[in-house]
Design a protein around this ligand. Structure first.
Ligand SMILES: Nc1ncnc2c1ncn2[C@@H]1O[C@H](COP(=O)(O)OP(=O)(O)OP(=O)(O)O)[C@@H](O)[C@H]1O
Ligand SMILES: [Mg+2]
Length: 270
């Protein structure tokens, strides 16, 4: 994929970003071959791709935790040294700190970007209700349900990332029913605030339900192979899952994803 015209006004541009890790015994691992994508301000964009194709590596690069071996990342057209305070990142294995209360966990990102504790707490207090955590702020994370823990991690990300949220499979570990409820809830929060969201998921239905556009990655080492517009009306509700347009979009994503996953397996099995 070359440069896209919309990229000029994009919130985030990822241009030919790749990563090679120096492996054990001198062998290098190419974790990401070279990814191109962009996200417009206020857009909800998802990435799907086979396991191990480099999705989390891409997020680590965008968040500034990993240095890319090639390519560049632009936020509002600028290449930045630090995205602290501008990008909120919820990693795939997001752990709330068990020794900090819910409130102290959700203010962590703000405090790390230099916001005074008192002000961070005030900002968090104002959002607790909307994130379904009011009355639970003094609890330990171990006393929360799975869905609540994810909402606490999401609140931390939401508070830390004023402009862009990177969410790496935030609902992956939840049961199907809680997951659906969380998807609807996330759409409500996003609809109200219109933060820019880049979202990784294994679940094609989830990608179609939530997104404006979905990027499909190739198998390992990954690059972007296609982008599908999700032209379904909003606000979206659960009933949409049964509509012919929804099913057709799901199929458009499943076919290339299945092929990518198979060719990755063939490369391993030989
Ligand atoms: N620090 C590292 N050192 C060496 N190799 C790594 C490192 N981090 C990731 N890799 C490798 O890079 C590849 C991509 O990993 P990554 O976690 O980005 O994939 P993913 O698409 O997020 O997978 P999943 O869908 O399973 O979460 C994998 O082969 C992984 O083993
Ligand atoms: Mg991952």
């Amino acid at each position: 994929m070359g440069a896209v015209p919309e990229a000029a006004s994009a919130k985030l541009v990822v241009e030919d970003v790749g990563k090679r890790f120096a492996g054990d015994a001198g062998g290098a691992v190419v974790a990401l071959a070279g990814a191109d994508l962009h996200v417009a301000p206020g857009e909800f964009v998802s990435i799907v791709g086979p396991s191990g194709c480099g999705k989390s590596t891409l997020f680590n690069i965008v968040a500034g935790l990993t240095r890319p071996t090639r390519g560049r990342v632009l936020l509002d057209g600028e290449q930045l040294d630090s995205l602290l305070g501008r990008v909120g990142y919820m990693p795939q294995k997001d752990l709330l700190m068990p020794w900090r209360s819910v409130l102290d966990n959700v203010t962590l990102g703000l405090e790390m970007s230099g916001v005074a504790r008192k002000q961070a707490r005030a900002q968090a207090q104002a959002e607790l209700g909307r994130f379904g955590l009011k009355g639970f702020e003094q609890r330990w994370p171990s006393n929360l349900s799975g869905g609540m823990r994810q909402r606490a991690a999401l609140l931390r990300t939401f508070l830390a990332g004023r402009e862009l949220m990177l969410l790496d499979e935030p609902f992956g570990a939840l049961d199907a029913l809680t997951r659906q409820t969380m998807q609807e809830w996330l759409l409500d929060v996003w609809q109200a605030d219109r933060k820019t969201i880049l979202f990784i998921t294994h679940d094609v239905e989830e990608a179609v339900y939530l997104s404006d556009r979905v990027y499909v990655m190739t198998g390992r080492p990954g690059s972007v192979q296609m982008c599908v517009e999700i032209d379904l009306p909003r606000p979206r509700r659960f009933e949409l899952h049964g509509s012919p347009a929804f099913v057709a979009l799901k199929q458009r994503l499943l076919t290339p994803l299945h092929e990518a996953s198979r060719s990755q397996l063939d490369a391993v099995v030989g």
